[in-house]
Design a protein around this ligand. Structure first.
Ligand SMILES: C[S@@+](CC[C@H](N)C(=O)[O-])C[C@H]1O[C@@H](n2cnc3c(N)ncnc32)[C@H](O)[C@@H]1O
Length: 266
């Protein structure tokens, strides 16, 4: 059969016209149209579209979640992140210690309260959250962080070889939205007591990851922290979680921080 030469695709509000596989035209019409129809009613450094919805027809938080978050918030209020702040440019308007707004102090406080021996993070990036999660780990605890990009190749990486020297921080470059790779790490994942997901935020990767997570036979029910839950592409993923959950955005990352009592009952 003759190869199709002109391709017209518009799967996600981005119109693409390609000729013999080569992209000739690309137009992100949806965000442009949205900004025109629904202009932001104020000016800010960074704005994102979101949606608010009734919580009474969604899953409620469990007692366990409340028992973790309440002391964690108290702890976060008095934590300092001087070491992390020193690792970013001094003029950054949102240093890691900025809280609420950034999630690093909350992450550190959750570790302080839960004292997990195994923390799994999806989305290392420059290493800031991995370092925050490591700060108050128990002596026999470990943070295992996953990214598609090795930290050494990440632009602006805050990590150094020294951070890995005590073997309490480890990175894998595997994609856990792939069920086979998830199964390869099953022995590690079943030990996870705290799982922090801050990765693609396209809602597709997270949905696949959560499906794979359902196949893990956990030693004990972990606490799942999901970043960016208020971002448009993540709204459906968050709403679709059927375990007890709590939106703690006001005390976490401004793009949305959600806590899930994975395997728990409301
Ligand atoms: C927003 S950054 C993470 C920021 C970091 N957690 C922090 O707070 O300092 C998102 C990261 O997720 C990574 N990522 C995207 N898709 C991924 C996947 N399927 N598995 C693992 N990491 C992924 C990206 O490469 C990027 O480094």
């Amino acid at each position: 059969m003759k190869r199709q030469q002109v391709e017209l695709r518009d799967p996600d509000g981005v119109l693409r016209i390609a000729w013999r596989g080569r992209e000739l035209f690309r137009w992100s019409w949806r965000p442009k149209l949205l900004r025109r129809v629904l202009p932001a009613p104020f000016v800010a450094r960074h704005v994102e579209y979101s949606l608010i919805a009734s919580p009474d027809d969604d899953v409620q938080p469990s007692e366990r979640l409340l028992n973790i978050i309440l002391p964690a918030l108290q702890r976060a209020a008095s934590l300092r992140l001087d070491d992390l702040d020193r690792r970013v440019p001094a003029d950054l308007p949102y240093p890691p210690s900025r809280w609420p707004g950034e999630h690093y102090r909350l992450l550190m406080a959750l570790v302080a309260v839960m004292q997990p021996r195994c923390v799994v993070e999806i989305g290392t990036a420059c290493g800031m959250s991995a370092l925050a999660l490591k700060q108050l780990l128990p002596p026999d605890g470990q943070v295992v962080t996953f990214d598609l990009i090795p930290w050494q190749q990440y632009p602006g990486a805050c990590l150094t070889e020294k951070d890995f020297a005590d073997h309490r921080l480890l990175q894998y470059t595997d994609d856990l939205s792939d069920p086979d790779l998830m199964q390869r790490h099953h022995a590690l994942l079943r030990q996870a007591e705290l799982i922090f997901v801050d990765a693609a935020k396209d809602g597709i990767m997270e949905s696949k990851f959560l499906t794979n997570l359902r196949r893990i036979s956990f030693m004990k029910p972990p606490l799942l922290i999901l970043d960016d839950i208020r971002v448009w592409t993540m709204l459906k993923v968050w709403r679709g979680i059927s375990y007890p959950k709590l939106d703690v955005t006001s005390f976490g990352h401004w793009t949305g921080t959600g806590l899930v009592d994975w395997l728990g009952t409301p």
